[in-house]
Structures are given as C-alpha cells and as structure tokens.
Design a protein around this ligand. Structure first.
Ligand SMILES: CSC[C@H]1O[C@H](OP(=O)(O)O)[C@H](O)[C@@H]1O
Ligand SMILES: Nc1ncnc2[nH]cnc12
Length: 311
C-alpha cells in the first residue's frame, strides 16, 4: 500500500469491516491507505479508502475498508482492537458500518454458504475484551435492545433478495451467538446454543456492535454460514479448513452482495440512513457523569471520539 496516498480529504460515510476470508475487497479502486492512531491504539489494519462507482448515478462513492483480523489474519478474535477500529472509522466521518462475518450454522435450514442478516445477539464472550468507550471517569449506558440497525438491515435484505436464485440464499433474520473462542464450541455448548434459539455462531460480533452503538454508528452484520459447528450428526465438525473452503468457494457471491449493498447505500434516498441521522445525539442521554466531573483524560478521549459534540 506504500504507493497509495496516506490522506483522504473528504468525509467517508460508509465502512466495510471484512472478516475471515474477506481481507480485502477486490474490484474497487483503492485511492488511499490511512494509518490512524487513536486514544485506544491502532486499528487492526490500515483503513483503505476505495472508490465505488454507483451503478445508478455513476458517481464515485468513497468507502472505508478495514480487515478485522489484520492484513494477514494475524489477530485472534479476542485480540481485535475493536475500540481503535470503531474510533478510527468514526474519525474519518463513517456513520454506517457493514460488517462481514463467517459463521457456523446452528439450524438445519441455514446451509453452508447461505447468508443471514441477524437481528439479535446473545453475548457469550467472557468479559476479557475491552468493550466500552465509557469508563475511567466518564460513565454512559446506551440502549442495545436491538443490537443491529434496522434501517440498514432493510437495505441489506433487499439487496440480498435481489441476488437470490443467482447463487445467493438469504435468511432475513436470526439470533447470532457471539462466543469467546478462539477454540470452537463443545458439542454440549453447541446444543445449548440451539436450545437458546441461536441461529448462527461467531466470535466477532461483540464488542464490535456494542462499540458501534456507543459511537452512534449504524451497524449491520452480514453473516455467511460456513459449517454446521459440531451439533449436526450427519456432518463433520467445524474446522478452519471447512470455514476457509466455503468462504473461498462463495467469495464471488459475498463480494457481489457487499457491492450491491454499497450501490444501494450510495443512493440519495438512503442518505439519512447512511448518515445515521436517527442515532445522532442519542448518546448524550446515556451519559451519567456530569461533564463538570470529567477528568482531563476522559475529556480528551471524548473530544477525540466526538469532536464538538459535548461543547
Ligand atoms: C476461522 S473460523 C473462526 C473465525 O471466523 C469468524 O471470523 P469473522 O467473524 O471475522 O469472519 C469467527 O468470528 C471467528 O473469528
Ligand atoms: N462454528 C463456528 N463457531 C464460531 N465461529 C465460527 N465462524 C465460522 N464457523 C464458526
């Protein structure tokens, strides 16, 4: 990326976080590669700015791309610097995040290579991942009843359905179990998650989605099923080879899906959704610590994340 500019002047409103098997987005023009340092450290990878040409208006729309596990998949799920990732994206103007994830299926009808747009999450991480921007002198509690953004989800579902019958099968809703990992589940756990009503399982949705909500970003995950975890009696237990094999085999569809979503989000009709107008200012109501009581460090962190917001 050394030959790409290290700055990008315009605001970038949309970001894609790529997961396992989606470490870059080929087919888009790379116009910059940003090294961003945040008060929470460096993000997982440089933030690449891509130009996506909207197929309706012909306009170039900038999109930020971040590789969750690093450029070489060297960052384990519990090591992902989620706060730096979300803060870095917000700092360049991002307000909508499309996050991609390879998931295990917990339900027979969700077959390997099917796509799922989850609408709920059950948190099975173990509290070892830094999970909030609001601590060390500034306390806030944000609503999380619906962990994904329904406005973005509607756009994503419509795009997925438009590709259906052409190699894409989409499940409109689902409950995502986010486990700690990096080891896969035991069979007893896998069956317990099924009894919880879990649809799919990964190791990456949290705290990514929680931090996005705290940063007032509209966040939706697109899941691609790669295996039946270890509960399915007629199928071999999940392995990395299985996950990567299915991701690779379906990479073209995953990229077509993401491309269609970017195309739709680029439409003027979706400008308010993309700018997350419905979320802007909401965090103010969740802050419990009066600004007069914030220490200098807390003030600096809040000003970095929300420039001009609390003045
Ligand atoms: C390589 S299998 C487990 C790994 O795959 C998923 O990654 P991502 O969500 O980033 O696509 C899962 O969450 C685990 O991190
Ligand atoms: N079975 C599984 N469990 C957790 N994360 C996964 N990612 C892909 N398959 C998975």
């Amino acid at each position: 990326m050394a030959d790409l500019p290290s700055e990008y002047k315009d605001h970038v409103r949309i970001a894609v976080i790529g997961g396992t098997g989606l470490q870059d987005l080929p087919g888009f023009t790379k116009v910059a590669s940003l090294e961003i340092e945040t008060p929470w450290g460096k993000p997982s990878s440089p933030v690449t700015i891509l130009h996506h040409q909207c197929s309706v208006s012909g306009k170039d729309v900038p999109v930020a791309f971040l590789s969750r596990h690093g450029t070489h998949h060297q960052i384990a799920p519990h090591e992902v610097p989620n706060r730096a990732n979300i803060a870095a994206l917000r700092s360049i103007g991002v307000r909508t995040v499309i996050a991609f994830s390879a998931v295990g299926s917990l339900q027979e009808p969700i077959k390997p290579r099917d796509f799922v747009v989850p609408d709920q999450i059950i948190d099975r991480t173990k509290g070892i991942r830094p999970f909030t921007f609001f601590e060390s002198g500034v306390v806030a509690h944000v609503p999380f009843g619906d962990p994904f953004d329904e406005n973005v989800a509607k756009v994503v579902r419509a795009c997925g359905h438009s590709l259906e019958g052409d190699g894409v099968t989409l499940h409109d809703r689902g409950t995502l179990i986010c486990m700690e990992g990096p080891q896969f589940s035991t069979r007893a756990e896998s069956n317990m998650y099924r009894s919880f009503g879990g649809s799919v399982i990964n190791m990456s949705a949290l705290p990514e989605a929680k931090l996005a909500r705290e940063a007032e970003l509209a966040y939706q995950m697109i899941c691609m099923s790669t295996d039946y975890d270890c509960w399915h009696e007629a199928t071999a237990d999940v392995t990395v080879e299985m996950v990567m094999g299915n991701m690779k085999a379906n990479a073209v569809n995953a990229r077509r899906f993401v491309g269609a979503v970017l195309d739709a989000l680029a439409l003027d009709a979706h400008a308010d959704t993309v700018n997350a107008k419905h979320l802007a200012g909401g965090v103010k109501f969740g802050v419990s610590t009066p600004q007069s009581a914030w220490g200098e460090d807390a003030k600096k962190r809040m000003q970095w994340l929300f420039p001009g917001y609390f003045d």
